[in-house]
Ligand binder design. Sequence first.
Ligand SMILES: [Zn+2]
Length: 420
Amino acid sequence: MRLGEDIRTLEGTLMLDARTGAPAGADSSRRGGESTRLVRGAVMLERGRIARVEVDERTPIDPRRIICPGFIDAHLHIPQFDAIGHDGLTLLDWLNDVIFPAERRWEDAAFARAMAARVAKRLLSHGTTGICAYGTVHHEGTRAAMESLAAAGLRGSVGQVLMDQSAPDYLLRPAAQLIDEAARMERVGRIEPIVSPRFAVSCSMALMRGAAKLAREKDWPIQTHLAEMLPECELVERLHGMPYVDVYKQAGLLGRRTVLAHGIWLSEVDRRELEGWRCVIAHCPTANRFLSSGDFAGQKFRPLALGSDVAGGPDVSMVRVARAAREVWLASLQSQAAPMFGPDYWWWQITAGNADALGWSDAGRIAVGAAADLVVVEPDVELRSAGSDAAALGQLMYGWDERWIAATVCEGRVAWTRGG
Ligand SMILES: [Zn+2]
């Protein structure tokens, strides 16, 4: 496969959403379709979409070539890719000492444009084709980055960060200016704007209300952070005089199209309330470990999504994020024999699950009509081709090596290949 080549047919073992192409009456899922399965087959592509899926249930899977849906990362920060790995700091110190200076570099829109192109390549090399991401507070820098991400073939939502308090002056803007700039954002290719108040620490109530109003007027999604660390929750209460969830509720930020990153320090009552609003929680297990934020306990929250949270999370690969999520879940149970949330579930989560959470019904799956965003994987280990899919899916997840990715396809076109 050559870079830029249009792909018409891919054959091998297909990673299917359990609900797609399952034989009638098959009990292929434990949790209402929240599962993946592997099956021999072929997928035909036309004009950037999946035109046909042929499935051969009788032939054993071919473990040497697996066609996966492109992975989706529901929470990451594009300007932070050069800041991965500064450890030993708590969230608020890490922001001030490492992250804010890194974001300052996007004052230079040309730098932002070049950096986003570099990041896009890196994402594609890890099989990520969909993103829900933050830019910086810089309008021109974020616009330039959106252009680079779209040109690379990625799909996603990317937002100019909104912050008007409790951060270095060089990253603060008046609320009215930020809302005005955010309102001028436009879709570029497959990258749409998302309204992005950073979090309640760095936003005044006026800014958050303005952000909520803008999202309603434009019918754009919203993303922010929620309850990542205990000192952050305490600071929010001090700044706004009410509990964290209430701040976002008062601001009008909660709703079906709102992605809340982390959601660690929430009570059961908070979680039920957020489920009532149909908000998405983006669980970021690798970031939570890196920053020692706490133990996430909301695996049963719906809708749930998974995110790398680069640079809080050091792993670009969504497969590694999925594995970490599996490990966090197992640690909470202290048992390896947990029947729920196995590898088949987490593969589903980083593909169809994240797509559904973000409202992208035509992404994250190998199904007729879906966007032809696919990853061609050639594992160099022997997968168990007989018996249960769960075993092979576990082997794939725990043995995962980015060098197995032969090509990443966006809208039917090769956007990245192993040979460059
Ligand atoms: Zn984040």
